[in-house]
Design a protein around this ligand. Structure first.
Ligand code: MN
Ligand code: MN
Length: 466
């Protein structure tokens, strides 16, 4: 019988300490990496601290060399060069660093004269359950390109004494007709996700929208912004505040953005822990997964090809295109993305023999997709066998899982886009509760075991599957 139990059961004191210590670094990363841009900043700074150098500036590439490259400040790749010839293929872990959130529209600012407030209009990004984002403390992370071309960054709402922002919900007393009769997905509609941002009017009799102007004056004074600058800006409203321990025993933690920064952080720290692996290792951190992996910073962009050709050119100068294609075909990859943990209250969405449990280790998901495995990459049994044996050998707790009951719904990852390059791909990541909500829940044991799993994978030299 396959052993299926909590990783906490029988855990040694030493391992328990490692699990809890690791969670502190993870929380600190999540607290800073609130957007894809900030995740890139954190990845680069941790990489630089640990001897990774910018790919273009690297001259002498040999086993043990550590490289990184960044694409448009929104996606990144880290390499550690291995001892084996690159022609034999490399080991890739790909995660995503974007998370569901509320983006400001291009013309976001307006004043509502009846309620004496100024607000920002938003357009949600990724799969959010809109009702969860009202009455939730929000912070704004902005990158603005001013008319002068100057770039300005701002973060408001993350420090203790910063102001925060909020989308006010309707009070129960008056919600009967207008809101209570709606179905839940419609409880708050997209155009109702308007964020309160200002209240005090300026003292100027000639101006009509005095509160709006007061907000604009503030932005101009603090950041040199004008109203038109919103057009060339990216403002992301995300849940304000920091990751926290959850429960009396502190075995879980709750934080925004664990999908998929859980895998980004655990694969990043695995790269940092590598010395000189057998095979060259590559960690990808992609953007735009939550909206279909499109865009120049998503996994479907040519960034993938460019970094691999760049590395190939450094290791095998003058290589032919077919050498690169064959190298990729001999590569192994993990699509590092979070799974769904069994919900203690809504069990009917899961099929219990194939659902992931919090605390049982990293989840291996052979196929994702929905309604008959549509848009799944469906890993080969041969490759799943290699990964399963690797985790067993290294005594890494793992579980095999799928996302919900058949035909209940579903979801995807970057696996199918990796698979288009013709290499072995398997979905693999820790399970979460309350995924895509402002407060996602994970087990500290699963986060640390994901780190161990990615590290074991990077160190492995598994051989061909076919
Ligand atoms: Mn994800
Ligand atoms: Mn997601």
């Amino acid at each position: 019988m396959a052993k299926r139990e909590s990783a906490w059961k029988g855990m040694s004191k030493t391992m328990r300490k490692k699990v809890f210590d690791y969670a502190e670094g993870y929380k600190s990363f999540l607290g800073k990496a609130k957007t894809e841009r900030k995740a890139v900043d954190e990845i680069v700074s941790l990489a630089q601290e640990n001897g990774f150098v910018e790919m273009d500036s690297a001259k002498d590439v040999r086993p043990g060399t550590r490289l990184y490259c960044v694409n448009r400040n929104k996606s990144a790749a880290l390499f550690v060069v291995g001892k084996r010839p690159i022609a034999e293929g490399i080991n890739i872990v790909a995660s995503h660093i974007d998370s569901p959130r509320l983006d400001l529209k291009q013309n976001p600012l307006y004043e509502d004269a009846d309620s004496e407030v100024a607000l920002f209009k938003t357009h949600y990004y990724g799969g959010v359950r809109k009702y969860q984002w009202v009455n939730c403390p929000l912070a704004l992370h902005g990158k603005v390109i001013l008319g002068s071309g100057k770039e300005v960054e701002m973060t408001i709402g993350e420090k203790e004494d910063d102001p925060i922002f909020i989308i006010p919900d309707l009070l129960p007393h008056l919600a009967y007709k207008v809101q209570n009769k709606r179905k839940l997905p419609d409880g708050i509609r997209g155009e109702e996700l308007n964020i309160l941002v200002g209240h005090i009017p300026i003292e100027d009799k000639k101006v009509k929208e005095k509160i709006k102007l007061s907000v604009l004056n503030h932005l101009n004074k603090e950041y040199g912004m004008t109203e038109e600058d919103f057009v060339s800006a990216e403002f992301e409203a995300v849940p304000a505040g920091h990751p926290r321990d959850l429960g009396f025993d502190r075995g879980m933690l709750v934080a925004y953005g664990q999908d998929d920064r859980a895998c980004a952080y655990s694969s990043l720290t695995a790269m940092v822990d590598l010395k000189t692996p057998a095979r060259t290792c590559l960690a990808f951190f992609f953007d735009k997964e939550e909206i279909g992996s499109e865009g120049s910073s998503g996994v479907q962009s040519r960034f993938f090809d460019i970094v691999l050709s760049d590395l190939m050119e450094k290791m095998e100068p003058g290589y032919r295109d077919m050498d690169l294609r064959k190298m990729i075909a001999r590569s192994k990859s993990l699509s590092a993305d979070v799974e769904v943990a069994i919900h203690p209250t809504f069990k009917e969405v899961h099929e219990m023999t194939n659902a992931a449990r919090l605390g049982r280790g990293i989840a291996i998901t052979k196929y994702t997709g929905a309604f008959g495995k549509a848009r799944a990459s469906d890993a080969n049994a041969e490759y799943v066998g290699q990964i399963r044996n690797l985790f067993n050998q290294k005594r890494i707790p793992w579980q095999a899982a799928e996302l919900g009951r058949v035909d209940e719904g579903g979801g995807g990852t970057v696996a199918l886009f990796l698979a288009r390059h013709n290499l072995d791909v398997l979905d693999c990541g820790p399970p979460l509760l309350a995924m895509h909500s402002p407060m996602e829940v994970s087990s500290k044991a699963d986060i640390y075991n994901s780190h161990r799993a990615y590290l074991a994978f990077f160190r492995s030299d598994l051989g061909p599957t076919a």
